[in-house]
Ligand binder design. Structure first.
Ligand code: ZN
Length: 103
């Protein structure tokens, strides 16, 4: 139980420390930040064979992502990291902490 509790703390801390836009740009997504909506065009979808920008969106506050072509969706940058790299929750947290030097 303690481990799980600790990982949840790490997860919310990570999400506080890493701005979703910075994260997605570092992941190679071509994020279009113009416009007032928190949903931004996120470039080509990494979860299907995408050739045209326009179906992959990211949310610049929560870090959620959603693809209207293949249906890939997740609630935050941890979900994205798990899905893109095939990692468990704990592995994704450790990867993000390492990559972004959050400790
Ligand atoms: Zn997709």
């Amino acid at each position: 139980m303690r481990t799980i509790y600790h990982m949840q703390l790490d997860a919310s801390y990570l999400k506080e420390m890493i701005a979703p836009i910075d994260f997605y740009i570092a992941e190679g997504q071509e994020v279009k930040t113009k416009g007032g909506s928190p949903w931004k065009l996120g470039g080509l979808c990494p979860f299907h064979d995408d050739h045209h920008v326009g179906s992959f969106y990211i949310h610049d506050i929560s870090g959620s992502y959603s693809c209207f072509s293949c249906g890939a969706t997740g609630g935050d940058i941890i979900d994205f990291t798990q899905m893109k790299y095939g990692l468990s929750f704990g592995e994704a947290i450790r990867k993000l902490a390492r990559q972004w030097r959050v400790s």
